[in-house]
Every structure is written in C-alpha cells, then in structure tokens.
Design a protein around this ligand. Structure first.
Ligand code: NOJ
Ligand code: CA
Length: 547
C-alpha cells in the first residue's frame, strides 16, 4: 500500500455546524480545534486519520461557502488565517492530517476576478470567465442564449450581464460563475492557490465538481434525451463537462501536490457514472463515485453496488467509500425507518452499526460525515423555511432535496445548545440532542459511537481490513452481505445481516487452515469466539472475524 490515502479514514467536517467557540451560532475553526480529542490522539478518540474541512473561505454564502470570494483567505466568521494555522498545527501534533475543499470550477460573483471580468470586455480579467454574446433575439423578443446548457441548481446555465452586455456561464447559481480553465492565466492562478495551501501545511484537497472544470471548446449544445423529472435530465451532458483536457490538468496538479510527499487528493465526481469515474482515479488521487450513497437498505442492493464497482474499477483502482455527506440525506435516515418510538430507535441504531461496519471494513478509503458516528438523522426542516439555495428555487421543473436537513449542528452534550453553541444555532439542534450526543454515547458501551471506535481500532490493527483484496462470499442467506479481505498473512471475514430476523450463514474456510475468531459483533456475541461451518447471525448483527 502506498500510504494513508489508501488505508486511512477521513472525517468530513462542515465547519458551520461542528462547534461554535464564540456564541454567534455558527461553528468555527477554534471550535473544531477544541474538539480534536473526539477525533484522534486519545485512547477513546475515534481514531480517524484525517479531517476534510468543507469551505471556510470568505464567501457571500449564496451556496454556503461553495461560492468563494477569496481562495486564500479565511472568512472572519470562521476565524483567521492564524486560527487555521493553529488548527493545522494542533492536528499534526496528534497525527491527524488536514484536507481542505477547493472549489475551482466556479468562484463567487463577488470575487474580485469576476468583478473585474464583468467590468470590461478588454481588461486583464476579461477572459477569466466564460462570456458569450447573445446569438440574437427569439421570436418572442427575448435574448437567445449561447447554447442549451442548464444550471444544475435550476434554470438556464447562462445569465445576462447588463454591464458587459453578454451572457456568462454558471453550472450552479448565477452567483457562482464558471471560471475559464482554458485561459492559461486562470490555470496558473488556480494552481497557485494549490501551492499556497500546500505551503501552509495542508495534507490534501477535495476537489469540488472537478470533472466539470473543462467544457467543450466550441460550447456546443448538449443533445436532448428523454429524461426523468427536471429539465437537467432531459439532456445528455456530453459537452458541459468531462472533456479530455481534464486528465492532463489532473496530472499537472498531482505533480505539484507530489512535490510534498504524502499528500492526497479526492475529486468529487459531478453527476456521472462509475465508467466515467474509473479513468480519473490515479495514485494518491481518489474519486467520489457515489456507488454507495443512494443504495437502499438491502444486502442484495449493496452486493450489486460492489459488483458493479469492481467491474468498472478492476482490482487496481482504489475506491472512496461514502455513505453520507453535506449534499445527501444522512444515511441513518436513508437506511432506517422513520418513527421515534423505542423500537424504531433501536432499529435505527442497529442499522447504523451495520452500515458503519460495511463502510469501515470494505475495500477502499472510508469517508465519515460528522455526526454519523452518533447516528444523527436528518433534521426536519420544511421547504418553506429552507436556507439551502437550490431548495429555495425548487419547483416542478426543478425538483430538489433540501440539504439543510443533513447540515444540522453536531450534538456534543446534553447541555444548552447541545454543546454546539452558547448562542442560537444557525440551524436547529436535533430534537433528540439531549439523549443522542457524544457525551452520552461515550458512556454507553453498546452505543453507535463505541462501535465506530471499535471498528476504527480493528481496522488500524488489521492489514487485511486496511489494504486487502476483497472477495464477496456466498453465504446462502439472501439478507446477508458477506466478504473476505486478504493481504499476505492477514485475513478478515465480514458478515452483515440486513434482516430483523436471525440468519444462518455458511462461513467460508479461513485461509491456510486457520480459524476465524470474532473480533467485533454489533449485537454482543462473545469476542474471541471461533466460527466455522455454519453460523447463526442475530437480527441486524454485523460481525467481523480475523484469523
Ligand atoms: C458540490 C458541493 O458538494 C455542493 O455542496 C455545492 O453546492 C456544489 N458542488 C457547487 O459548488
Ligand atoms: Ca462562531
């Protein structure tokens, strides 16, 4: 194995929602620094290898930080550059790496580059964004747009600018104009941003929607297709992303990152398939392919996702495993039935433990999303109160899931503000924050949090779980997903019962005549027990055995 980017576990922090140090209701960098014990460095820490910080740059917040107004600054609401440097130092002191989010497809419309670009058709920044004249008037008298491209956040992809009297392209909000990566000066400036943060000590980058940096050079319209709901799906997106120029750029960016050994990157695949993801994976560069993030609660469905990914990636390309992030429903909600009564809560915790076992034992680098370690669920926020910008624009032609629901404050303790803030949190606390929080779950041996801690410990101790090959096992039980991991002398067997009834499974023989010994069971099976032949899994039991 090449290093931590492959064997490690990365923990995503949405800075607004992690910990607020000054009572303004918004999480900040000092708040994160004050909670590092939760993540690494103590015997009872989770034991993750890296944190990934969603954007903390100065931003007018049309898309909550994914509209960057200064690529090398820190928004005062999150702190200062000195706070960032202190955070990096504190992380490194406990062996924790720091990955930051780079949003290089588009900037904020309030970035000085865009302000200069829109101010003049001939000035030095004129060609830094994608500007085009209108090809004329339509029959109804409106200005025709340069092509048929849409915005992923609803409506056309082109916005008319009165100052320049031209359209500019925005794949997301009009306040997120797309940068012109074909302009060498833009390329140099953005690669300069990469260098600046490397100089400041970061260990890697998450590249926002990286497969959309380049568009067709001639800006040809996309072909139409019969799609599903929403105008975005009525086109084949072959010209507004995935251009051949991406790979050479990726290699150039990787060469810069590789000047400092041990740095990694992970590209966020935008609205694409496994087949598109595969060629974009490279050494020390992962791709979020989203194989697992929409899979429903079913052993067969997860098995299919694994088989499909193996077929697309082969045995060489290394996957990135993700069940939740800031854009998708939290998986505790997605995978477990609704209902707040004790039985439903027990089932939701039991499923969260099975899901955690899958995420942390399957082949690939695991990415956790803050709060999943205590099985936080989606907040319930009616669309009328949404702050998520696309949710506020949602309509019949533009269906959208309200992402606020997955972005709620972390629950740390039973105290006021859930230990998140002494002020009024920007989004409400989870309704069960007094019962479901880090302090309460720490004290409960059987909690979801303690299963995460055990799984991370097990993973650290097992070369097979960190780096091994993976082979699906046929256990004869339809509701059970099982696989073996193996590298050299080290082997592990994982069996996950998705059913709420017991399941009898055929246990594959351990390699080299060894015995499987149970190292973890989410339902309290005795540790150290040998399993062979046929084993009975308890309802919703996840079990990990090693030789
Ligand atoms: C993907 C990010 O994950 C999402 O939160 C954001 O809205 C879009 N890119 C646009 O930057
Ligand atoms: Ca704050």
């Amino acid at each position: 194995m090449d290093g931590w980017w492959q064997t490690g576990v990365v923990y995503q922090i949405y800075p607004r929602s992690y910990a607020d140090s000054n009572g303004d209701g918004i999480g900040d960098l000092a708040g994160i620094a004050a909670h590092l014990d939760h993540l690494a460095g103590r015997p009872d820490s989770l034991g993750v290898d890296a944190i990934w910080l969603s954007p903390f740059y100065p931003s007018p917040d049309y898309d909550f930080g994914y509209d960057v107004a200064d690529y090398v600054g820190v928004d005062p609401r999150f702190g200062s550059l000195a706070d960032f440097e202190r955070l990096v130092e504190a992380c490194h002191a406990r062996g924790l790496k720091v990955i930051i989010d780079l949003v290089l497809n588009h900037s904020s419309s309030e970035h000085p580059w865009f302000e200069a670009s829109r101010a003049s058709r001939s000035g030095p920044f004129a060609d830094w964004y994608i500007w085009r004249d209108s090809p004329g008037r339509s029959l109804t008298g409106g200005r025709r747009r340069p092509n048929n491209w849409r915005s992923f956040f609803g409506g056309p992809g082109w916005e008319w600018d009165r100052a320049r009297e031209q359209f500019y392209l925005h794949t997301f909000l009009p306040q997120q104009p797309d940068l012109n990566w074909r302009n060498p000066e833009v390329r140099e400036a953005l690669l300069g941003v990469v260098r600046t943060w490397l100089d400041r000590g970061v260990d890697g980058f998450r590249l926002d929607v990286f497969n959309t940096y380049f568009k067709d050079a001639q800006l040809r319209s996309n072909p139409w297709r019969l799609g599903g709901r929403g105008a975005w799906s009525w086109q084949r997106h072959i010209h507004d992303r995935d251009q051949p120029e991406l790979r050479p750029l990726l290699m150039e960016l990787r060469a810069i990152v590789d000047e400092r050994p041990g740095r990694m990157t992970v590209g966020e695949l935008f609205d694409d398939t496994l087949v598109d993801a595969a060629p974009l994976i490279a050494p020390r560069h992962l791709v979020f392919d989203w194989s697992l993030i929409t899979v429903p609660w079913s052993a067969a469905a997860f098995k299919r996702a694994i088989v499909d990914r193996d077929a697309a990636f082969g045995s060489e390309r290394w996957p990135a495993n993700v069940l939740s992030n800031h854009d998708q429903p939290r998986h505790a909600s997605r995978l477990a039935p609704l209902g707040g009564d004790a039985t439903a809560v027990a089932e939701w915790d039991a499923r969260a433990k099975v899901a955690a076992t899958l995420l942390l034992t399957m082949r690939g680098t695991a990415f956790l999303y803050y709060g999943e370690e205590i099985a936080l669920r989606n907040l319930s926020i009616p669309n009328a109160q949404a702050v998520d910008p696309p949710a506020r624009r949602a309509s019949f032609l533009f269906p959208w899931w309200n992402r606020d629901q997955a972005r709620g404050p972390m629950s740390w303790s039973a105290g006021a503000g859930g230990g998140f803030s002494s002020g009024r949190p920007w989004l409400p606390l989870a309704p069960d924050a007094a019962r479901r929080n880090v302090a309460v779950e720490s004290a409960d041996r059987g909690s979801v949090l303690n299963v995460y801690r055990q799984l991370l410990g097990l993973r650290r101790a097992s070369p097979a779980l960190q780096a091994g090959d993976q082979e699906l096992a046929d256990t004869g039980a339809a509701d059970v997903l099982a696989y073996m991991r193996r590298t050299g002398e080290s082997a592990a067997f994982v069996a996950l019962n998705f059913a709420s009834h017991p399941a009898s499974v055929a246990v594959p023989a351990a390699p080299a005549g060894g015995d499987w010994q149970v190292r973890l069971s989410t339902t309290g099976r005795g540790l150290g027990e040998n399993i062979a032949g046929t084993a009975t899994l308890a309802p919703l039991e996840a079990l990990v055995a090693t030789t």
